[in-house]
Design a protein around this ligand. Structure first.
Ligand code: TIU
Length: 242
């Protein structure tokens, strides 16, 4: 180490279940899973599966605040998108056939072809739009590590801890947390920044992460995370008139 090196930022402790989550902002990434129109808006993949998308849209606001705080604190930020190449050569036939849907992946929908890269519905909602230097990771599966270069990028950036957010709790968030856990990353999941179409699965999914001494990681809340990152909740003011 050169004598004039920057001292490492002190780790911060975030209240969590099963016990406080200690992280160093310099080696922590905020991972935002699949906050795409196809899962969050009417007419997308989620809605066409028969789901109530309002179960998911409620996390846009707290996740937006967390994203702003993560940017201010200098965390690595990674956005993921589930979807496929336009020719669908990266879509397993089993995934395409599953559900015997009238409008399977690749079908035309109100937001473009469903879960196809480049389509309007495949992209991330405006409120959480990636900033210029942030990684946008396209993934063909549920887990963010499967068939992607996520692990390589995290290791190259010296990342050790992940704050995993997005949708849906028991599907892509859970799969990613499990994949990360097996690769040695410490995962913190803020319960108000992940969501499921099924309240029961959301609750149980979070319990499964923190049970058995944190078998997959830690579960906490975004207000506690904001406080640990030194961020205040923004006061929203409405300017009326001109
Ligand atoms: N259907 C469902 O709950 N989720 C997905 O298909 N993908 C993600 O979770 N991103």
């Amino acid at each position: 180490m050169p004598p004039d090196h920057e001292p490492a930022p002190a780790p911060v402790a975030v209240p969590a279940v099963p016990y406080a989550f200690e992280m160093d902002p310099a080696t922590t990434a905020l991972v935002i899973i699949d906050m795409q129109r196809d899962f969050l808006l009417p007419g997308g993949f989620g809605a066409l599966l028969g789901n109530d998308v309002s179960m998911l849209t409620r996390i846009i606001e707290p996740l937006g605040e967390l994203l702003a705080a993560a940017r201010a604190a200098g965390l690595t930020v990674i956005h993921t998108r589930e979807g496929h190449r336009p020719d669908m050569t990266d879509c397993p036939p089993s995934k395409l056939a599953r559900g015997r849907l009238d409008t399977p992946i690749g079908s035309p929908g109100p937001n473009g072809r469903i879960l196809i890269r480049g389509e309007f519905g495949h992209d991330i909602v405006e409120e959480l739009a990636p900033a210029g230097d942030e990684v946008v990771l396209d993934k063909p599966g549920k887990g963010a590590f499967y068939a992607t270069d996520l692990e390589l990028m995290l290791r190259n950036a010296g990342v050790r801890s992940l704050i995993v957010t997005g949708v849906t709790t028991e599907v892509c968030v859970h799969t990613t947390v499990r994949e990360a856990n097996d690769r040695g990353f410490e995962c913190f999941v803020p319960s108000d920044c992940v969501a499921s179409y099924f309240a029961e699965f959301h609750e149980v999914g979070l319990k499964m992460i923190a049970a058995q001494g944190g078998i997959f990681g830690w579960v906490g809340s975004s207000p506690d995370l904001l406080a640990a990152l030194g961020a205040e909740r923004p006061v929203l003011t409405t300017i009326q008139g001109a």
